[in-house]
Design a protein around this ligand. Structure first.
Ligand SMILES: [Zn+2]
Length: 183
């Protein structure tokens, strides 16, 4: 866990609020949380295999929860202001990895979750055929100088396996997406 320090002496609360203000302007991404509580019926314990085309678990092998969070990443966006924020609070880590996704603490991404980049329609739900799936390899909690969790950096890799089918299955699950507001 890397500790963040800010060059000026704003208090911890101010830093938290500044980070929230940044995130409130960012677009949304989905996190398909592989909660590891309830096995999906597609899991075969004999072969330990799952169905990557599964309509229920999107190939995670577990009954997922799907959440919609504000997120910064630089796959689809250019010139957004998170690098500036990182430069202020985490100067050793200015280089922004193009497969990294940044979330507020409540998003709590975990290894094995999917982060889904999508276009969202006027109903706030993901449009069909716009999703890209990234599997979380590592989730790094960043804390401020008072040890308060400030944001997460999730390192990912693109998972192209059956992405078209996953996209269709996710589209059909869109009514179960939980939207998490930034307060
Ligand atoms: Zn399944």
């Amino acid at each position: 866990m890397r500790r963040l320090t800010k060059k000026n002496h704003l208090g911890s609360f101010n830093l938290q609020q500044e980070v929230r203000d940044f995130f409130s302007t960012f677009p949304f991404a989905l996190i398909v949380k592989n909660s590891q509580l309830i096995r999906c019926y597609c899991y075969n314990p004999m072969t330990r295999s799952i169905d990557t085309k599964c309509k229920t678990c999107l190939g995670t092998g577990w009954i997922p929860t799907i959440e919609k969070h504000r997120c910064w990443h630089n796959i689809a966006l250019r010139g957004e202001s998170l690098p500036h924020l990182i430069k202020n609070i985490d100067p050793a880590n200015v280089v922004v990895d193009e497969r990294a996704f940044y979330f507020l603490p409540e998003a709590s991404p975990r290894i094995g979750d999917y982060i889904v980049v999508a276009d969202f329609g006027s109903d706030g739900l993901p449009s069909y055929h716009t999703q890209q799936f990234y599997r979380v390899n590592y989730a790094d909690p960043k804390v401020d100088e008072k040890n308060i969790l400030t944001y997460y950096k999730a390192s990912t890799e693109n998972d192209p396996i059956d992405a078209e089918i996953k996209s269709f299955n996710l589209y059909n699950m869109k009514s179960s997406i939980k939207i998490v507001p930034v307060y």
